[in-house]
Design a binder for this molecule. Structure first.
Ligand code: EPU
Length: 338
């Protein structure tokens, strides 16, 4: 266990902003986590973070940042199939690499998403037609009310598009300590998103696929669109793709018949926020030290490495205002504001 007071968080948020926390505590086990929660010297509130890849610190944090270093991977093969329990502090992409190398299908489409396993389950990360909820069977948690531990079945987690009870109704209550995934060694490529099938066909023709092939292709696609957090501070997609009514969609399509749109089972229509931001004229827009990423306008970047929270927030407001006045659609951030 490590406890540090007045901790610089630059390396702990992928926006790479120079903010600090009054205290920072890292734990290697559930018992250490309990000790930390019982430590009266640590200021509240307590904020669990993973890789800090989906957070926007709006200023210095006056409580304690908690960081799981719970590691480990326990693989089980039985009559129910293949499951693997992974520590919340494992790096997400390392887990994807491990599964693909073992020839196990499940997380390959989610390769190269920054962050850690615990946060992936809180945020319900998703990419290329897969959401992490699709491969989770249960989430192990510590209840901060009474410090008991338990497992929450995937059906109970309230998962939706970048949503879960952990970040909604239960916010602050449970700390994820490990996550159990269902994987399979039976042929299960998922190619239906965008150009993935076409890209795989181009790269491999009609050859049977293995998870590593999909992983490699997904990594290649992501690298062409998204900034590497080691090179340019960002938190991935800053906004959610809005779900609009059929009428709202038609209003836009009357003016822009080419608007990309994806009908949803509930009758609503998903419109890419990237398209709305681009059409609103903000792709590549620079405001002080912050910018709209030129290759993918859904991403706000720390353009010079010196952006302050205030500058990122100001650019966020400008994007929301401009898209709203142009299309009547209010974008909502997917990045959590702290
Ligand atoms: N588009 C534009 N202009 C651009 C880029 C994209 O108009 O410059 C439009 C195109 O019509 C394109 C559409 O946006 O077809 C969708 O683009 P893309 O497939 O790249 O994905 P996205 O909707 O922008 C979502 C996720 C990403 C995830 C990708 C791939 C959200 C908020 N974002 O982005 O997730 O990697 O799909 O599945 O749902 C993240 O959450 O941090 C993240 C990067």
């Amino acid at each position: 266990m490590t406890i540090t007071f007045n901790k610089d968080l630059t390396a702990l948020n992928t926006f790479r902003m120079g903010v600090s926390a009054a205290a920072y505590a890292e734990y290697n086990s559930v018992d250490e986590l309990k000790e930390i929660l019982e430590n009266r010297e640590l200021p509240g509130p307590m904020l669990p973070v993973g890789g800090g890849s989906n957070l926007l610190f709006t200023g210095d944090f006056t409580g304690t940042v908690l960081h799981s270093c719970i590691k480990g991977l326990i693989l089980k093969r039985d009559n129910n199939g293949i499951s693997v329990q992974v520590g919340a502090g494992e790096n997400w992409d390392q887990f994807c690499l491990w599964a693909a190398t073992e020839g196990l299908w499940g997380p390959e489409n989610l390769s190269l998403i920054p962050g850690e396993v615990g946060a992936a389950a809180v945020q319900n990360i998703g990419a290329y037609g897969v959401e992490v909820k699709d491969i989770i069977s249960g989430v192990d948690v510590l209840d901060t009310l009474d410090h008991t531990t338990g497992t929450i079945d995937v059906e109970e987690c309230g998962y939706g598009y970048r949503e879960s009870h952990f970040k909604g109704d239960w916010k602050g209550r449970f700390i994820v300590t490990s996550v159990t995934f269902r994987l399979t060694d039976g042929y299960a490529p998922r190619l239906d998103y965008g150009h993935v099938r076409e890209a795989m066909q181009k790269a491999y023709g009609d050859k049977p696929l293995i998870p590593l092939m999909i992983r490699d292709e997904i990594i290649r696609i992501r690298r062409t669109k998204l900034p590497a957090v080691e090179e340019l501070g960002s938190a991935g997609s800053f906004f959610k793709n809005p779900y609009v009514t059929q009428e709202e969609y038609e209003d836009i399509a009357d003016i822009y018949p080419e608007v990309p749109h994806f009908p949803l089972p509930d009758g609503r229509v998903k419109i890419p926020a990237a398209w709305l931001i681009e059409k609103a004229g903000l792709k590549g827009y620079v405001k002080g030290n912050a910018a709209v990423y030129a290759k993918q306008p859904l991403v706000i970047v720390n353009h010079t490495g010196k952006a302050s929270p205030r500058e990122i927030l100001s650019l966020e407001r400008k994007i929301i205002r401009t898209v709203k006045s142009r299309f009547g659609i209010t974008l909502s951030p997917e990045v959590e504001h702290i």
